[in-house]
Design a protein around this ligand. Sequence first.
Ligand code: HGY
Ligand code: MN
Ligand code: MN
Length: 414
Amino acid sequence: MNMRERTNDLKQRIERHIEAIAEFTSTPGNGTTRLTFSEQDRQARAYIKQVMNDCGLDVREDGFGNIFGKMEGTIEGAPSVLVGSHFDSVPRGGAYDGPAGVIAGLEVARLFRENGLKPKYPLEAVAMIEEEGGRFVGGLLGSRSMLGVVSAEEFAATTDKDGISTVEAMRAIGLDPTLPGKREAGSIKAFLELHIEQGPILEEEGIPIGIVEAIVGLTQVQVTVRGSAGHAGTTPMERRADALVAASKIVAALPELAARQGGGTVATVGRLNVLPNGANVIPDRVTFTVDLRAAREEDVLGILEKTEALAASAAGAGIEVDVERQLYIRPKRMSDRVRGLLESASETLGFVSRPLNSGAGHDAMIFSDFTEVGMLFVPSRGGLSHCPEEWSDAADIAGAIEIFYETAKKLTEA
Ligand code: HGY
Ligand code: MN
Ligand code: MN
């Protein structure tokens, strides 16, 4: 098979994988909703493990539900080169955010197998849980647990909005949380993650490959505003402690706070719950998340402190405000060595590429504290992501996989 035929074959395989995995959604016809340890997770997991088995990989799951497909190396006990991403989704998200990177791991391993490679260092395709934080708070839970940033006890104590713990949810779909969990950082030689850009730059510039230099710092807090419930009709306005009015003042002030912080700082309130949520009841409790990001750590810290001060200023006159920090990750740089390998492989294969920073968070930012990490982006149509319209061209994904294949060959040899 010549290179053109191989890339075409790869493109078709990618399209079939994307189509198959996209089936595993609880909102068919309305994007991908695949929450961790849900029935949809179970189905996607079965598919991914089957593909790993078909490729002759040693398949295992860890005590956190992450999936690994390993091709042994010739050096006994050597650290592995991991290639992969996450397979959970946001509610009503797209088909490519996560799966594109998981598929890259599967297909790089298949190319190793089909070309009869016997790498010195093992190669592992990896599919991780709960990067999005769609079910359990914080996000990046699969990579943070695997690397010990979250302890096994903290993992087991994590519950979803219905009070169901991770381990209960795991058992409910037949997973075993007693399996080995944390892996030694020394067991990982490098981590490669392919991801859709989730922004407009590559498409607008007509460039198929983005080589990620850095990932923004991000932090998430949960704000709880408490007031007093009351009758919507008989409670005079001046006697109210309306939690939603107080919460709304905080939410409405955030865009201006981010703009004043500068440096591309962004603030998002994506999840908000009102209690008791009756049309004729004055709300007595509102909880909402605030997602804050910036390329410079001083801006992440700055917007975090200003957000906490803003929230505190809403207290008084029967209103109480509590802010809980849920996740804090400083900005991360990718490995210069791996970036160099990606750049030269891209050039050798004749792809046009450009350096790019990531405004989205990724598992790569957790791995970057423990091993050498490289990330490639492919264009997102219209820059859209976290919505059903999310789409990327399988031909671009195929190109990125060819670059990863060349890079993984080098990383598994020296
Ligand atoms: O939120 C993010 O940046 C990623 O999609 N989890
Ligand atoms: Mn995402
Ligand atoms: Mn993602």
